[in-house]
Design a protein. Structure first.
Length: 179
């Protein structure tokens, strides 16, 4: 090891005497600048989505249902006899994932898969009485969650967001996206 290597090595292993500057109390209270994220719709949608889902998950915890399961139960309850493929398309859930979810709901006695009258290869999905009862509870809990959202966003803003996002979904379904 050369003399210069030893000096460099000694400096590298020596504790630093440079201490980071502490921010002033005023600077500590301010939020860091998000830069261009302040103008990114996706950033704010994702932040809101995370909070909304965390709250909804907590809301449904007493009845041991996840948001995707709730959606499946709601659609089956509103449309008894739909096929797994129909549910998958309506909710945008990958078919293999939906099958696993339905297996869990079946084991809990909440749903039934019966042979379809329209197509012998598919199943018609129905809620059991227990499924109907649990869905009723879930809808009451979901209403509490939606009330919290209305309180946070304001009822008019909440309704406007639903309308804007519904229109966005309609345009995507009609193939009006840029991709």
């Amino acid at each position: 090891m050369s003399v210069s290597d030893r000096k460099f090595s000694a400096k590298a292993s020596a504790p630093s005497t440079v201490r980071p500057r502490l921010a002033s109390p005023k600077a500590r209270d301010a939020r860091p600048d998000r830069g261009v994220l302040n103008g990114h719709l996706g950033y704010f949608m994702r932040r809101a989505q995370v909070w909304v889902f965390q709250d909804f998950i907590r809301t449904l915890t007493p009845i041991d249902i996840r948001p995707a399961q709730y959606s499946v139960l709601v659609v089956i309850g509103a449309n008894p006899g739909l096929s797994q493929s129909d549910i998958s398309d309506i909710l945008g859930i990958e078919r293999a994932r939906l099958v696993r979810m339905l297996d869990r709901l079946d084991r809990r006695g909440l749903t039934l898969r019966l042979p379809s009258d329209r197509d012998r290869r598919s199943h018609a999905l129905h809620l059991t009485r227990e499924g109907q009862k649990l869905l009723k509870q879930a809808k009451m809990l979901a209403a509490q969650h939606e009330a919290r959202l209305a309180e946070l966003f304001g009822p008019a803003n909440r309704q406007m967001m639903i309308e804007v996002l519904r229109e966005f979904e309609t345009r995507l379904a009609a193939g009006q996206s840029s991709r």
